[in-house]
Design a protein around this ligand. Structure first.
Ligand code: NAD
Length: 488
């Protein structure tokens, strides 16, 4: 039976091309559906625009909007095992990681509910006794949210929750590979009592449905997470329409092991930073810089740790890496490793597509450690989005900062050192939106997140990120009852 999609508050068969959601661990079919068509985009945006204006959603006082988000958070928590299992089927993440993403989605809904009910306008300092001025925030209208496949339940909620909290309507376009968890979220919002039309979920091809959605004249903001070239394309559309856009894009993040690092902590942190989620994370620490004085020692430990990581079926307890999203993506990762070999790199662990047993049936790729390459090589410069770590030695801080910043991306960085003064000096010089010191890949919904350079524009998370889905309006209230003397 065809899975339905959610258009303006109704579950319908999509009118677009057939789509299949597959389990990346063995290629089996999770669900078949029809993608949204351009007419479905039209219906979803029209429904969103009408619901936003007419349902009095925009006029509800914030704590009433917050009620829906609290209810959604409770529903996610109550159904966490089911949602984690679905997330794993959709994109192949190990169940433990999927559970973390589900918990994060529940926390995000709760956080923006609380932020929404406590968000305040401002009363600017009075500049005259004749009037009082007020600064208020209003919703933008219909938001196009476009998300990738690697952490869908968390990235969807990171857009839906602040947008709804700000009084907007959302039309969500999930990635082709992972429609199911986004459609499940729509069910939960419906159950929580979100008025019809305020959320639609339109699976389909980015170049057709995502593009049509972004270009729609009634869409007033594009909130995008995904690759840099897609982000640039959407930024052009937003510029033509003169609408706001926020872009969470790719990365090639450096992690640094300083001469005085706690080596045991550092190498375990580095391995987690690149190989968890099988490297399919925008913030994956994929370039490793090790101080020359402990390079050999650190690499020996890293080879041992990497070689012992368990790769397997994502539903098996205790595995570290599940499959990549599909065979096409896996083959792209393998091609990068072949290129590294051609450019003279030494592949120290992994580096071969598994051809036997359970792993041969899915889109698996082993954790791969490479060194011996110049920093100008393609694998050092380009985002691979897989379990591939490139290690390089450095001599001093000047060389380190020069190399670490010699990349088009600027999403994140990691520093391992016992000296916090030194760490703060390095952090100040690194071109990155987030710097972790003696930890990696830790997240807090209350702390802003976003990229520098080709890693993006704007910030998500944090109380103030609701303002990214609102526009400011100034009001002046006259206090002087006498007519303006100009006409006299
Ligand atoms: P992608 O850019 O190919 O696709 C992302 C989304 O955009 C999908 O829904 C896709 O269908 C849609 N899309 C594609 N072409 C489009 C077009 N022409 N018009 C409108 N929409 C279009 O990225 P992906 O392969 O799904 O995800 C991987 C990328 O996402 C990596 O580069 C990763 O670093 C990045 N990412 C960034 C963050 C972050 O917060 N910075 C988080 C997760 C992933």
């Amino acid at each position: 039976m065809l899975h339905k999609i959610f258009i303006a508050g109704e579950w319908r068969k999509g009118r677009g091309e057939p789509m299949v959601s597959r389990f990346p661990a063995d290629g089996s079919v999770n669900a078949e559906l029809n993608a949204a068509s351009r007419d479905d985009v039209e219906d979803a945006v029209a429904g969103a625009d009408a619901a936003w204006r007419a349902s009095s959603w925009r006029d509800r006082v914030p704590h009433e909007r917050a009620d829906i988000l609290y209810r959604v958070s409770d529903l996610i928590t109550a159904r966490a095992p089911e949602l984690a299992a679905l997330q794993t089927r959709d994109n192949g993440k190990p169940l433990t990681e999927a559970r973390g993403l589900v918990a994060s989605a529940a926390a995000t809904a709760r956080y923006f509910a609380a932020a929404c009910e406590t968000l305040e306008g401002e009363s600017p300092t009075q500049r005259s006794r004749d009037f009082l001025s007020l600064s208020q925030y209003e919703p933008l209208g219909v938001i196009a949210a476009i998300t990738p496949w690697n952490s869908p339940i968390a990235s969807d909620m990171q857009k839906i929750a602040p947008a709804l909290a700000g009084g907007n309507a959302v039309v969500l376009k999930p990635a082709e590979a992972t429609p199911l968890i986004s459609l499940k979220l729509a069910e939960l919002f419906e159950e929580a009592g979100l008025p019809k039309g305020l959320l639609s979920v339109l699976p389909g091809r980015g170049s057709i449905i995502g593009d049509a959605l972004a270009r729609h004249p009634k869409v007033r903001k594009i909130s995008f997470t995904g690759g840099t070239s897609t982000g640039r394309h959407l930024a052009h559309i937003a510029a033509d329409k003169l609408i706001a856009t926020s872009l969470e894009l790719g990365g090639k993040s450096p992690t640094i092991i300083c001469a005085d690092a706690d080596l045991d902590q550092a190498v375990k942190g580095v391995a987690y930073g690149i190989f968890s989620s099988a490297g399919q994370a925008c913030i994956a620490g994929s370039r490793l810089f090790i101080h020359r004085s402990l390079y050999d020692q650190a690499m020996q430990r890293l080879i041992a740790i990497t070689g012992a990581l368990r790769i397997g079926h994502p539903e098996t307890p205790g595995i570290h890496l599940g499959p990549l999203i599909n065979n096409k993506h896996r083959d792209g990762v393998a091609a990068y490793v072949d290129r590294a070999r051609q450019e003279g790199g030494r592949v120290l662990t992994g580096g071969e597509v598994p051809t036997a047993g359970e792993l041969a049936r899915g889109s698996f790729y082993p954790p791969t450690l490479i060194d011996g390459l110049p920093h100008t090589s393609a694998v050092c410069q380009e985002e691979i989005f897989g379990p591939v770590l490139i290690a390089l030695p450095y001599a001093d801080d000047d060389e380190l900062i020069g190399l670490a910043n010699d990349n088009r991306y600027g999403l994140a960085a990691g520093i391992w050192t016992r000296d916090y003064r030194h760490a703060l000096q390095l952090a100040g010089k690194l071109e990155a939106g987030t710097v972790w010191i003696n930890t990696y890949k830790k997240f807090s919904i209350s702390t802003p997140f976003g990229g520098a350079k080709d890693s993006g524009l704007g910030r998500e998370k944090g109380r103030q990120s609701i303002h990214a889905y609102m526009q400011q309006k100034s009001l002046y209230l006259g206090l002087d009852a006498t007519p303006i003397s100009w006409c006299d």
